[in-house]
Design a protein. Sequence first.
Length: 87
Amino acid sequence: MNELMQTLRQPWDLMRILRIIMGSYILVTSIGEGHWFFTPFGAFFLYQAVANIGCAACTVHESVGQKDSVIEKEVMDVEYDEVLNTK
């Protein structure tokens, strides 16, 4: 319960506000009109807003950033040989 309260107190950005508005609208509308197919979608958006998580497709892991720095280091250590055109 303590973690949930800390998550709710984190700064709210535009995407988090949009998710809670969309989730609330979809959930209330789907329940009110009896369109039960859309209820899980509304609940999912609300869960994303409350837990402050996004979809997995948009997540960047720390290992990706570490991998980039290793590649940049390898690129900096490249040696070149001069090739002369002999005609």
